[in-house]
Write a protein of this length. Structure first.
Length: 248
């Protein structure tokens, strides 16, 4: 819903700013100012959300969602919110480029148009993928990471023994090491997600990053426990085993 609103506002905002620039209408100029304030407010809200995530990183729960098929963790950053902000910013850029075509010197307009041609397909891709929140799922078969641009599954057999170690609580990604990268399957664009040899898991999740690392390391080293992944009783047993185990 947020992305749909962002697309509508992107089109409306571009039109308002272009018409306001050409007609010098006071009403439209005020709407254009309100538009800029909306962009600023959205940016501030996103910054507050990021700061909240940073401050609360050490207080996230040590618990996945157990749904019978696997253990889930989802993002604390709604991707639709970020795409919403990008669409608002794009409207400003589009309007400026269109307006600059009326100037005697059209250098900015030419450069801006070229950048807009490159930016529009990227925005379109982000819009179509924004409903895919970043999600981590542990299953009896392995680790699956869903991002707006990628789905990657890492079988337990592909992971190197002894890892991953606990990351910093403020880390953005958890790096895994694979000894059999040919077993890793993926679909999409691995942007900021590492490689098949060194896949990276985003840690902007609603689960403590140490618990994520400990759980992956446990099941990589204990294949006998993998079939029960997803069951609430197995989750409780995993938590008790990790608490009793010395930190890596």
């Amino acid at each position: 819903m947020l992305v749909v609103a962002g697309v509508a506002l992107c089109i409306a905002g571009t039109a308002i700013q272009v018409v306001a620039y050409r007609t010098r209408s006071l009403l439209l100029s005020n709407l254009s100012l309100a538009w800029l304030l909306l962009v600023l407010a959205t940016g501030i809200a996103l910054g507050v959300l990021a700061l909240k995530h940073f401050i609360a990183s050490e207080r996230r729960p040590t618990r996945f969602v157990a749904d019978g098929t696997g253990f889930w963790a989802s993002t604390v950053f709604p991707p639709g919110f970020i795409v919403f902000l990008l669409l608002l910013l794009a409207a400003n850029n589009y309007a400026q480029v269109i307006n600059k075509w009326n100037d005697a010197d059209r250098t900015f307009a030419i450069v801006g148009t070229a950048l807009g041609v490159l930016m529009t397909p990227v925005l379109a891709m982000l819009v179509t993928h924004a409903w895919r929140a970043t999600t981590l799922k542990l299953t009896p078969d392995g680790v699956t990471v869903y991002t707006p641009l990628l789905r990657r599954t890492i079988p337990w057999e592909a992971l190197a023994a002894g890892g991953p170690p606990r990351p910093l609580t403020t880390a953005n990604r958890l790096q895994l090491i694979t000894t059999r990268p040919e077993l890793v399957s993926q679909r999409g664009w691995p942007v900021m997600s590492g490689t098949r040899q060194v896949p990276a898991i985003p840690l902007q999740l609603n689960v403590h990053p140490w618990f994520v690392a400990d759980a992956i390391r446990w099941y990589a080293e204990h294949p006998e426990d993998r079939p029960a992944i997803g069951q609430p009783a197995e989750h409780d047993r995993l938590l008790a085993a990790i608490v009793a185990r010395p930190a890596a």
